[in-house]
Design a protein around this ligand. Structure first.
Ligand code: HGY
Ligand code: MN
Ligand code: MN
Ligand code: MN
Length: 447
């Protein structure tokens, strides 16, 4: 039965230290000093260094490495039944290595290293998977460079608008478009697939990455990630089995006034864009706090003022707003309230307003078999666990568009801190997550 081979496998699993790789990868960063955290934007020099490190680690663990046209990287441990009949023939696990400005070393990176180490440990334990096993490094999960999150997994899930890859602005100004930056990095139009597929246009690139139709590729996909919240540490638990991933939305609201001299222009003649933006920012917090549920969250993460000169009345305020909830209706109600308030504030302040919806995605729910495999694995290892939601989004949110049996495994992180330089999990916490993932994938590869 399940338990027999899992117990044998458990006794043979030797998980090697993760921290040395976490530290090595954290050196690939554009932030000046390390104390101020890691910055690693997609297709940047440091991103390419991280990719090389990951590919090398996959090879050292005996995995067969391939890359798709956008730059997601796959390390495969071949299953014994090469030609799988019917549905998904691969069990995958993975995450991202890109990092938002001045952030931590563990977000995403732990899930990529953990997937590689889990497959390496299974191989060293001479485990024979029936379905293929795959460790994945997704192309840019963070929205930091082009304002689009989860580029690789959106493309794999068949929900990426190729046109955006030609038009989204590059905050690094090092490229004319996402597709251009991909090509400069050796993907996009420079990419050649195994069967010599090509990706001369953004449209071809997106088509090449797609895993659709549903369940044709992954039988299951389970991402390993630090919780990025305080619950597991607070309840002194080893493992979180994720039941659902919250629905993220992001919008950009621009207020424009006419500006003027901060000394000479009388107050009744001013239409100050920052005052309008500030009124909206306060309202955003109110809407989230009074939604009727603790699961509604919202913040104005970006607030750019122009000309941003002390003696000039602000002509423009650009607000970048992040709104989430595990309940789609509640989330969309807050988005509507924000937009209608933006219009109301604009007329009160006599400024112009423009609203740009960046993304508005559905939540994802985990598959029963993925969750029970993770629970079986954790209990087999004697690790304490609980089911919980993920308030952060992850690549699994979009893999769920191509695979009906997804899951996530969380480990505790220091005070729940994330997207901050002091983000941290211990070697012991990380090992428990990796061995749980290894047994989970073993179970899913054979059921
Ligand atoms: O924002 C998020 O949830 C993810 O960590 N990028
Ligand atoms: Mn993140
Ligand atoms: Mn992440
Ligand atoms: Mn995430």
């Amino acid at each position: 039965s399940d338990n027999k081979y899992l117990s044998e496998l458990r006794s043979k699993l030797q998980i090697e230290p993760i921290t040395p790789h976490i530290d090595a990868l954290s050196k690939f960063s554009s932030s000046e000093d390390e104390l101020k955290g890691v910055t690693r934007l997609v297709y940047s020099k440091e991103d390419l260094e991280a990719r090389a490190y990951v590919k090398n680690l996959m090879k050292k663990n005996g995995l067969k490495v391939r890359e798709d046209a956008m730059g997601s990287i796959f390390g495969r441990l071949e299953g014994v039944e090469k030609s799988q009949k019917g549905g998904g023939h691969v069990v995958g696990s993975g995450s991202h290595t890109d990092a938002i400005p001045l952030s931590g070393k563990y977000d995403g990176v732990y899930g990529v290293l953990g997937a590689i180490e889990a497959l390496g440990a299974l191989k060293r334990a001479k485990f024979q998977p029936r379905r293929h096993l795959e460790a994945v490094m997704f192309n840019s999960e963070e929205p930091s460079r082009f304002g689009m999150a989860c580029s690789g997994s959106r493309a794999m899930g068949g929900v990426l608008d190729a046109e955006k890859l030609e038009t989204l602005p590059d905050v690094l100004n090092a490229s004319t478009s996402f597709f251009d930056a991909a090509t400069q990095a050796g993907y996009g139009s420079k990419w050649r697939g195994e069967k010599n597929e090509r990706a001369r246009t953004a449209k071809e690139m997106v088509e090449q990455c797609s895993l659709m139709p549903m369940d044709s590729h992954y039988y299951s996909f389970v991402e390993l990630h630090i919780e990025q919240g305080p619950e597991l540490e607070h309840e002194n638990l080893d493992i979180g089995v994720v039941t659902a991933i919250a629905a993220p939305a992001a919008l950009e609201i621009t207020f424009e006034g006419d500006g003027g001299h901060a000394g000479a222009q009388l107050m009744h003649l001013r239409n100050d864009a920052v005052v309008a933006g500030s009124k909206l920012a306060v309202a955003v917090e109110e809407f989230a706090k009074h939604s009727g549920s603790v699961d509604t969250v919202a913040t104005v993460g970006g607030f750019t003022v122009k000309p941003n000169a002390i003696n000039s009345v602000p002509r423009s305020a650009v607000l970048e707003i992040d709104v989430r909830d595990i309940d789609l209706k509640r989330r969309d109600l807050v988005v509507e309230q924000i937009i209608s308030t933006a219009n109301k504030v604009a007329s009160e302040q006599r400024v112009r307003v423009n609203v740009r919806m960046i993304n508005k995605d559905d939540p994802a729910t985990s598959g029963d078999s993925a969750m029970s495999a993770a629970e079986l694995a954790a209990s087999h290892l004697g690790h304490t666990q609980k089911r919980m939601v993920s308030r952060a989004y992850h690549d699994t949110l979009f893999i769920a568009k191509a695979c009906s049996n997804v899951g996530m495994i969380f480990i505790p992180c220091f005070k729940g801190y994330s997207h901050r330089p002091d983000e941290h999990s211990t070697e012991d916490q990380m090992r428990k997550g990796v061995e749980t993932l290894a047994l989970t994938m073993a179970k899913l590869s054979r059921e």
